[in-house]
Write a protein that binds this ligand. Sequence first.
Ligand code: SF4
Length: 334
Amino acid sequence: MNPLDLRGVQIRYGRGQTAFAAVAGVDLAVAVGQTHGLVGESGSGKSTLARAVVGLQPVTGGCIRVSGTDVTNARGPALAHLRRRVQMVFQNPYASLNPRMRAGDAIGEALRIHRSDLPAATRERETADLLALVGLDPASAGRWPHQFSGGQRQRLAIARALATGAPVIVLDEITSALDVSVQATILNLLRDIQRQRRLSLLFISHDLAVVRYMSDVVSVMHLGRIVESAPTDTLFSAPLHPYTRALLDAVPRLGAPTGAPLRLAGEVPDPRAPPSGCRFHSRCPVGPQVNAARQSCISNDPVEQLVGPGHRIACHFHGLAAAASTVDGGATAL
Ligand code: SF4
């Protein structure tokens, strides 16, 4: 049983004719002690999905299970179970910390709510231990959030999430607002704590290098769908989906796995009116835009299929991306 399991999750915004699916049927699981990276461009639906996992966003279809319990749109006991088992750290730690609550009180409150059996003295000791664990001076317990730097606030937010004892933590772009040197220390800290405590992390970022560093498994999201999911080494060394390949090729330091780079054409489509069939077909560098015979990309939504150990992909012509060569500044010949 996985600590976190998503099956066919759908999230719709709006009503009637203006309704659209921001998340359109996502399957995803995070195993014990595993970091599952979720990557995609802005507007892909990854943050919406993260908010749904912690109960901040209503789900309109599918199921979210936490340690076997259905917590989809949880209320009552199921919501209490969700809060005890899953916590979230946000991009902006200042917005998620109460400015009128001292650091020690913020952690102490989480301990009081989620581990109410702890005596006050033990709570105080655990607060000091948690501050030390995340690299903050226990003596800083009396400071206000605004007296910490951005990186220190993020450490505080992590300590508060750990205080609940939740085995699953959702991390949404937690380093994107920080300086690069601070990012590295936070990521290393997280990796150490995750290994010590066998935490299950859903790690969301648009930064491929960061996701690669942190994750055991990576899923790539495009317009509300997961288009490819694989063990990290496989995804970065042998991506099969044209979108994954194009994302990797857009980051020069990661290098193109094989052949010349694939390039994305045009803008990300409006999620309120996604393309028919494969939602990527209007930008796909190996799809119907470059080969008219591939009309199935326009008419049929590709079904996810297993193509290797832990490697799933949704593409009618998977593998073409790996063999593609690019000519004339972006037109792809196959
Ligand atoms: Fe490209 Fe067609 Fe595959 Fe979609 S199904 S990614 S359009 S080749």
